[in-house]
Design a binder for this molecule. Structure first.
Ligand code: GTR
Length: 329
């Protein structure tokens, strides 16, 4: 079934989709993995792929079942459940970790990456590894980073053609204080809210809009209720795959090694799916008549972020990470 068909189904009848978790083969032990996105979304498919690799590597001892479509809850709650060991694996944006793990704020800083290639170089290198390692102090094991494209603002009211157009508007952000400050610094108001509440909040006018990448703007159906999308690309925030430390501690060293390897091996697969999905989603949304503002002067957006950098780069360690990221070619 093609991905777009699945997205269409998910938007129309998410209740029906909820019934369908995706079983791995017949592994002796099946790890439960959470994802907010519908079946067919690149992150969901990548973790399924990881499950297949893991089954092969462990000779059928370990497999993965992906509970997509937020069946296990919204991201903030599933993170807590993963810390408690109720959920074994979780594929989440780095955003909802910002208030808990300060290192995750660094790749979540607005305009920190010059491009997706730059993000890949950094996250595949030593800075990325340091961020993965930082999860261990919070009852989690960081396994791999996935792509989340670049995030831009969309709204139900009007085309945003310059930073001034954002004044006084109200946008949903992920549950991260830094993103609240980011929107404030742009002259707008921010409401942190779980992803699953955004569609109806736009529809009922509780908020004017939100911000996200092409595939999420598509699969969530937000483009139906907020048709003005401005490609200001303020965030290139990676997704992360984590394991509960409780689950991890119960695995043998060989199994732990297989989990780490399988996660890493799913990354190139994910990137391929992601690139294809971004294109498909953009085409679908443009064809659906959304108004896309492609040309926008980003300089005032970038300049407006200085207070956010000043507030969140509290220690030499965090400042040094930023310096190393900026120096990465
Ligand atoms: C998506 C991301 C999700 C979730 C969502 C959101 O792009 O893949 O993990 O964070 O955005 O805005 O809540």
């Amino acid at each position: 079934m093609n991905l777009l068909k699945k997205f269409g189904l998910a938007a129309m009848a998410s209740a029906a989709v909820i019934a369908m978790a995706t079983m791995a083969g017949a592994a002796e032990r099946t790890l439960r993995s959470s994802d907010t996105h519908p079946d067919g979304y690149p992150t969901v498919e990548a973790v399924k792929q990881m499950g297949k690799i893991l089954e092969q590597k462990t000779g059928g001892k370990l497999g993965i079942e992906v509970f997509h479509s937020a069946q296990l809850g919204q991201e903030k709650d599933t993170i807590e459940q993963t810390q408690f060991g109720v959920i074994d694996l979780n594929r989440v944006s780095l955003g909802p970790f910002n208030n808990i793990i300060e290192e995750t704020q660094i790749p979540s800083l607005p305009y920190i990456f010059r491009s997706v290639d730059h993000m890949h170089k950094v996250m595949d290198g030593p800075v990325g590894q340091e961020i993965l390692d930082a999860f261990a102090a919070h009852d989690l094991i960081g396994l791999a980073f996935y792509d989340g494209g670049s995030r831009s603002f969309y709204n139900s009211q009007k085309p945003i053609k310059s930073i001034d157009d954002l004044k006084g508007m109200k946008f949903r952000v992920m549950q991260s204080d830094m993103f609240v400050d980011m929107v404030k610094a742009l002259g707008a108001n921010a409401t942190p809210m779980p992803y699953g509440e955004v569609y109806s909040s736009i529809q009922t006018g509780v908020i004017d809009g939100a911000e996200n990448n092409w595939p999420s703007y598509d699969s969530s159906g937000h483009f139906e209720v907020a048709k003005h999308y401005t490609l200001d690309q303020h965030l290139i925030v990676p997704e992360v795959l984590v394991m509960s430390k409780k689950t991890w501690d119960g695995l043998s060293p060989d199994e732990q090694k297989a989990v780490k390897e399988a996660a890493k091996e799913s990354v190139p697969y994910m990137r391929e799916l992601w690139a294809a999905q971004e294109k498909k989603s953009e085409e679908k949304i443009r064809a659906a008549g959304a108004e896309i503002v492609t040309e926008i002067d980003k300089k005032p957006f970038i300049d407006a972020m200085k207070p956010v950098y000043d507030k969140y780069l509290k220690s030499d360690k965090l400042k040094d990470m930023v310096t190393r990221i900026q120096a990465t070619q």
